[in-house]
Design a binder for this molecule. Structure first.
Ligand SMILES: CCCCCCCCCCCCCCCC(=O)SCCNC(=O)CCNC(=O)[C@H](O)C(C)(C)COP(=O)(O)OP(=O)(O)OC[C@H]1O[C@@H](n2cnc3c(N)ncnc32)[C@H](O)[C@@H]1OP(=O)(O)O
Length: 191
């Protein structure tokens, strides 16, 4: 793990937000067109995450023919996306908006098409806006061997990060969504 992903000595253990979803509760998509979790992306990962104990989440992603690199095998970048999306879902447990600053990935086993990747992620430490976290993706079941893993640094941001930087067409469409809950989920972690 790179030094940038080692929490400083002053970092604190993460605190589960009192209003975090209960363990086992599905977290749902934060944005319908998210490539990781959105239902509106036909070739996306359609990753489904659930709240875990403490500051953790679990998720599942089924590798399809849309996700290949080599014939019959998942593309490494797609697997990194699955790890990134799962780690991103930890924001629901802290109730903060955060984006990936650094993602360091280990690929340990090839992952064939048709595999269900069982993901687990947890926050390990928090220092100011910096959120340190780690994730695994197992195959053959939730207790199966680790095929992929990652360490990450997410950085807390304000909602302006998206409004100021996203392409105006998509930002305006998301803000104009008549579904208030969906609109809130797209722009805030706390709907
Ligand atoms: C319409 C749609 C709405 C969406 C609704 C939102 C819902 C919730 C969205 C969730 C989405 C989930 C999806 C999966 C998660 C992604 O994939 S997120 C997308 C990929 N990530 C990005 O696009 C981020 C791009 N990078 C940036 O915008 C900026 O570099 C950052 C990360 C915000 C940091 O910039 P900054 O705010 O200016 O902060 P900065 O002072 O540079 O850094 C703060 C601290 O972090 C450290 N740091 C920053 N980057 C790094 C790094 N790469 N390595 C080491 N340290 C770093 C700095 O050294 C600094 O440390 P201290 O000096 O405080 O000790």
């Amino acid at each position: 793990m790179s030094t940038a992903l080692t929490p400083p000595a002053e970092a604190r253990p993460p605190v589960r937000h009192p209003d975090a979803p209960a363990p086992g509760e599905p977290l749902g998509a934060h944005y319908a067109y998210c490539f990781g979790c959105g239902g509106g992306q036909p070739h996306g990962l359609h990753l489904e995450a659930r709240a875990g104990e403490g500051v953790s989440v679990t998720a599942e992603f089924t590798v399809t023919t849309d996700h290949q690199g080599a014939p019959g095998l998942a593309h490494g970048g797609v697997l990194a996306t699955a790890l990134d999306e799962t780690l991103g879902a930890l924001g629901w447990m802290l109730r903060v908006i955060a984006v990936t600053g650094r993602l360091e990935t280990d690929f340990r086993l090839p992952v064939p098409v048709g595999t269900v990747l069982h993901l687990q992620a947890e926050v390990t430490a928090v220092h100011g806006r910096k959120i340190y976290s780690t994730a695994t993706g197992r195959i053959g079941g939730p207790e199966g061997p680790v095929a992929v893993r990652a360490d990450a640094l997410f950085v807390e941001v304000k909602v302006d990060h998206f409004i100021d930087n996203g392409r105006p067409e998509e930002i305006q469409a998301a803000m104009a969504d008549p579904d208030q809950v969906r609109r809130a989920r797209a722009f805030e972690v706390n709907p």
